[in-house]
Structure formats: structure tokens, C-alpha cells
Design a protein. Structure first.
Length: 253
């Protein structure tokens, strides 16, 4: 299927590794000019150089998604280097902290999750929307999680952040649709990424995880990236405020 993405410009946050890198790789394969942004400047610069093959079509930028000034600087640099932004993929966000429960989660962990996930998505969308509205074209895909549905207990900040992203995606979709801007989200289950390798390597963890899926395998970043890229294309033009659950059936198992 031709997604007709050749020549588009996309910002992908968290592009140094995991979901973000998989999304950036899949977009680049479709001919998209990718601005990979990550808090790890050296890692994302290396990743984008490898992805672009030295062509300059993929570039790495430093970004703390929780920083409004950081977003302003990123947008300025990307437009100067690659052109107006057609696609925003909000992928970055911190891993959940230790399971400490509702009574013992400290304020700093709550704030870290809300700022790193929900506020990062909000500030990213606010940054690109004026240009998209002016050009009457845009695709925004937010990374959510199946934890937005209460599937994992005792990580309140993490769960609340993704619940907020799900609600915000739907609310923003209503606002943006009349401007020919599609806003949707993708909610992965437990996928094998650098973020999950720690607990997945514990004895018996993979076997227990397999018992919670309906398809008998653990998801990979490409399983998620393929949906993100589809939603970033005009093939998904009629998708507005949609949540795609990519969990191998974990949500209903």
C-alpha cells in the first residue's frame, strides 16, 4: 500500500531508541524527512545519521518534551532545516518509577510522569498546531498506553498521564478536524523495548507475559510503528480521535 508520504516532514520524539526509533525508521522508509528529537542528544544524532545515510533527510535534535522553550527552539530549527512540519509523532516519555502504590507515590514521581507524558504531548501539539492550521494540513499521532484503561495497578502517575493523553487526544481531535488536521493515538501493551528489557529479563517474566496475550508472542516496536505511520498518512484520513490498541489482545485477555 502506497501511503503517499514521500517528501512530508515529521517530528518524532523519543527517536533515539524504542518506539520512537521504530517510528522514525518506518517513516524514513516511506520517504519522509524525519526530525528525530530526544533528550539524549548524542544518541539521537547518531540514530538519525544512520537512518538518513548522510543525506540530511533525517536529522537529530535535543529536546526535553516537558520544556516549552525546547519545543519552540525545535520547531524553529526543523522548519529551517527540513521545512514546515506536516506530521507530529509524540512518542517520548519516562518509564514508570518503582511500584509504590497510591499512598506512597511521592510528588516528584507524580510530577515526572505528568510532565514527561501528558504535558509533553500538550506542549508539542500546541507548538505545531498554528502552522498546521495555517496550511490546513496536519497529522498528529500521540503515544498512549493500555494502562490508560486501568490494566496495571499501583503506578498512579503513569496511569493518570496516559488516561490524560487519551482524553486530550479526543478533545484535540474535535478542535483540529475542521482545520483538516487528524489527531489520533496508539496504545501499546507490553512491548519489547529498551524500557521493558529490565523486568522482561527477570526469571519467568516472559512466560507470564505470554499468558496475557492472545496471539502467543511478545510485541515488537515495529508492531506499534506500523500503526503510527498509517495514522500519519492520508490513508487514515477518516480516522479522527481514534485510539488503536496494539497489545496482542492483552486488553481483553
Amino acid at each position: 500500500m502506497d501511503l503517499s508520504l514521500d517528501g512530508k516532514v515529521a517530528i518524532v520524539t523519543g527517536a533515539a531508541s524504542g518506539f520512537g526509533r521504530a517510528v522514525a525508521t518506518t517513516l524514513a522508509a516511506e520517504g519522509v524527512r524525519v526530525a528525530g528529537a530526544d533528550i539524549n542528544e548524542a544518541a539521537v544524532a547518531t540514530a538519525m545519521k544512520e537512518l538518513g545515510g548522510g543525506s540530511g533527510a533525517c536529522r537529530g535534535y535535543a529536546l526535553d518534551v516537558a520544556s516549552r522553550d525546547g519545543w519552540s527552539a525545535l520547531l524553529r530549527d526543523v522548519e529551517q532545516d527540513l521545512g514546515p512540519v506536516d506530521i507530529l509523532c509524540n512518542i517520548a516519555g519516562p518509564a514508570p518509577g518503582p511500584v509504590s502504590g497510591h499512598l506512597d507515590t511521592p510528588d516528584d514521581e507524580w510530577i515526572r510522569q505528568i510532565e514527561g507524558h501528558l504535558s509533553g504531548v500538550f506542549r508539542g501539539c500546541q507548538s505545531v498546531l498554528p502552522g498546521m492550521m495555517e496550511r490546513r494540513y496536519g497529522k498528529i499521532v500521540n503515544m498512549c498506553s493500555f494502562t490508560a484503561h486501568g490494566t496495571v495497578a499501583n503506578i498512579p502517575g503513569y496511569d493518570a498521564a496516559f488516561g490524560g493523553i487519551l482524553a486530550y487526544t479526543k478533545d484535540l481531535a474535535r478542535f483540529a478536524a475542521p482545520h483538516n488536521i487528524n489527531v489520533n493515538c496508539v496504545s501499546p501493551g507490553n512491548i519489547e523495548t529498551p524500557m521493558t528489557q529490565g523486568w522482561m529479563s527477570e526469571p519467568g517474566a516472559r512466560d507470564r507475559l505470554l499468558q496475557t496475550t492472545l496471539i502467543g508472542r511478545i510485541g515488537q516496536p515495529d508492531d506499534v510503528a506500523n500503526w503510527v505511520v498509517f495514522l500519519a498518512s492520508d490513508r487514515a484520513q477518516h480516522a479522527v480521535g481514534v485510539e488503536i490498541n496494539v497489545s496482542g489482545g492483552q486488553l481483553i485477555a
